[in-house]
Design a protein around this ligand. Sequence first.
Ligand code: ZN
Length: 89
Amino acid sequence: MRFVYGHNLRTLRGPQKGNWRGDEIGYRSLHTWVTKNKEKTGVCTGCERERYTEWANVSGVYLRDLDDFAELCTECHWELDHGWDGEFD
Ligand SMILES: [Zn+2]
């Protein structure tokens, strides 16, 4: 569903590649931006298992920085959101 959402958003906004207006963009759009600009490997960065992954914001402040997003499985993403110290084991 996330992909479909991103597709619809892109259609609505038209070909405005690189036209970023940070303050008006919520984290949902940021996720769309990451999805478009960062390739998924299908391997979780946290546990290094090949499984369903999603982009997780590392800093928690949603920087428009691809390095601020880690590809994590739902388990590791949960850990991140619930007291992960930012270091992988
Ligand atoms: Zn994981």
